[in-house]
Design a protein around this ligand. Structure first.
Ligand code: TPP
Ligand code: SF4
Ligand code: MG
Length: 247
């Protein structure tokens, strides 16, 4: 298949480190927006973290939110602009640590927007500190000997947590280390956006990704690491789907 740059992305070099799956996730989101013809209508609510490095080449409307507050900003914007397609693209430090209250609140209210959650099990941008999603035993700059649950608790499973709530329409998780995972993620992003355009409520799509720079691995090694370590703990799948008929 011939590679084409989605029309939502400017022909500007990516600022991501080589092999970073943020770049892949951005491409999948932009692809779906193009397929749905939403380039002019979509609004990207940006958090802090490496997720924001895609803003240099994102063409559509963007709103910047303070650390963790993207779901609160998206709530206000979507409620006052119900016809716009609104999504937040958040990292795990952003969404599952400082922004935990905001994501739980928005999901529990069933706000009509989409959160795409990039889980690379670390605070990438700030130098590889422990995130709430860091795996047990994983070495980071703040867990030198590996994460110890006795002092730092257990990795938060966001899909499983959010799936306990009544309101959300669609909650699912995919791993970006295989073409199959990417294609399934793309379908899920399309479904989340379609549900939103049909006023069916809140969707949360988790993308398991990497951080070659802070994991200290080559891009290829990160793909293997994900198979061995990440995927067995953060099991991909659909955790809630009120509208199985919507593809
Ligand atoms: C209020 C506030 N505290 C701390 C920071 C510093 N900060 C910037 S990015 C970041 C963590 C981002 O981690 P994550 O969301 O996992 O994104 P990643 O870079 O891994 O994709 C932090 C703590 C900030 N920008 N604002
Ligand atoms: S620091 Fe990590 S998450 Fe950030 S761009 Fe580099 S590889 Fe990606
Ligand atoms: Mg992260």
């Amino acid at each position: 298949m011939e590679y084409k740059r989605p029309s939502s992305l400017k022909p500007t070099p990516s600022g991501f480190c080589p092999g970073c799956m943020h770049s892949l996730a951005t491409k999948l989101i932009a692809d779906v927006i193009e397929e749905l013809g939403q380039q002019e209508n979509c609004v990207h609510v940006a958090p802090v973290g490496c997720a924001t490095l895609n803003l240099a080449y994102w063409k559509g409307d963007i709103i910047g939110a303070a650390h963790g507050r993207a779901p609160a900003v998206a709530t206000g914007f979507k409620r006052t602009n119900p016809d716009r397609l609104v999504f937040a693209y958040q990292g795990d430090g952003d969404c599952a640590a400082i922004g935990l209250a905001e994501i739980m609140g928005a999901a529990n209210r069933g706000e009509n927007f989409t959160v795409i959650f990039f889980n690379n099990q670390t605070y990438g941008m700030t130098g590889g500190q422990m995130a709430p999603t860091t795996l047990i035993g994983q070495k980071t700059t703040t867990t030198r000997y590996g994460r110890d649950p006795l002092t730092t608790g257990y990795p938060l499973k966001m899909c499983e947590l959010l799936a306990t709530l009544e309101a959300p329409a669609f909650i699912s998780r995919y791993a970006l280390n295989t073409p199959k995972g990417c294609m399934e993620a793309r379908k899920a992003i399309k479904k989340g956006f379609t549900l939103q355009m049909e006023n069916k409520g809140f969707s949360f799509i988790e993308l398991l990704g990497n951080c070659p720079t802070n994991w200290g691995l080559t891009p290829l090694q990160t793909m293997e690491y994900m198979d061995t370590n990440t995927i067995p703990y953060f099991v991909p799948g659909v955790y809630k789907d009120k509208y199985a008929e919507v593809k």
